[in-house]
Design a binder for this molecule. Structure first.
Ligand code: NDP
Ligand code: 8X3
Length: 259
């Protein structure tokens, strides 16, 4: 029997990268999906693929997690439809810019903090009460090794992922007394559109990040998230950190010698 049969999973940032790979992994194992992102055309293509390949039930909605009023409305619609998610995957997130703090751009800072921190809070605040009332549920946050160790010019992105780490711990404490689980999955380098977004569309610079070593794929992360959400109810994976073998920490990376 498929392990996720009968479960509704909400994935934020499902239109690309890790979110999209998780949607595939969950659907493959029988889950029904609620997929949120800003790019509706991507979600439409993904939903068609998930229905074709896995016969999955898929509900797609254009939701920018920074838009609190919209998140409130969309969450209320889920409750109304009796679709309180069994799992929320708080994945929507980004790095924007790569500058020393004294040269940083306010718009980049707002984009990261509003998405990675406040967006995660918006979604969690609107869904978690219903999990608490029901007594079960699972909040899975995509953190990062950038939330464990700071690197030069990572400043605000690092701060946002340290905040995600603190929130995983904090939410976990606040739901004590229920059977709601709270987990974090924290990858190192994953080859997605992440660096393209960070470097504002500069593909050449973005591809350079992943040259000379084998980075993680979005599928590698999806396998770990799937592991986290399929543990028996008495097991809560608190924090799962995964790195490419070539990456030993945020600084130490074995790249092939280009000479
Ligand atoms: P991608 O850029 O490939 O995907 C990011 C996803 O987030 C897209 O689906 C995007 O969709 C969505 N998104 C961005 N902003 C918003 C928003 N305001 N509202 C809703 N959705 C949004 O990057 P990744 O898959 O790599 O990133 C996913 C998560 O993984 C992020 O939280 C990132 O910080 C984290 N991470 C990434 C690592 C990496 O090396 N790639 C390593 C560690 C963690 P759309 O634009 O359609 O809204
Ligand atoms: C993404 C990984 O090291 O580029 O969170 O910050 S890193």
């Amino acid at each position: 029997m498929n392990k996720l049969e009968g479960q509704w999973i909400l994935v934020t940032g499902a239109s690309a990268g890790i979110g999209e790979a998780c949607a595939h992994r969950f659907a493959e194992d029988g889950a029904s999906l609620i997929l949120w992102a800003r790019r509706m055309n991507r979600l439409e293509t993904l939903a068609a693929d998930l229905r074709d390949r896995h016969g999955a039930e898929v509900d797609i909605r254009q939701v920018d997690v920074r838009d609190r009023d919209l998140v409130i409305r969309e969450a209320a619609a889920l409750v109304q439809a009796d679709r309180v998610p069994d799992v929320i995957l708080n994945n929507a997130g980004l790095a924007s810019g790569f500058d020393a703090i004294h040269e940083g751009d306010y718009d980049d800072w707002d984009r990261m903090i509003d998405t990675n921190v406040k967006g995660l809070l918006n979604v969690t605040r609107e869904i978690l009460p219903h999990m608490v009332t029901r007594g079960t549920g699972h909040v899975v946050n995509i953190g990062s090794t950038a939330g464990h160790q700071v690197y030069p010019k990572g400043n605000v992105y690092n701060a946002s992922k340290f905040a995600v780490k603190a929130l995983t711990e904090g939410i976990n404490l606040d739901v004590a007394g229920t059977r709601v689980r709270v987990s974090s999955v924290d990858p190192g380098f994953v080859h997605t559109e992440f660096s393209r977004v960070r470097f504002h569309g500069d593909d050449e610079r973005a591809e350079g990040v992943y040259e000379g070593f084998d980075p993680l794929t979005a599928g590698d992360v999806a396998d770990c998230v799937h592991f986290v959400v399929t543990r028996p109810p008495h097991v809560n994976v608190f924090d799962l950190v995964l790195l490419p073998t070539a990456q030993r920490n945020v600084y130490v990376l074995d790249r092939d010698d280009p000479s």
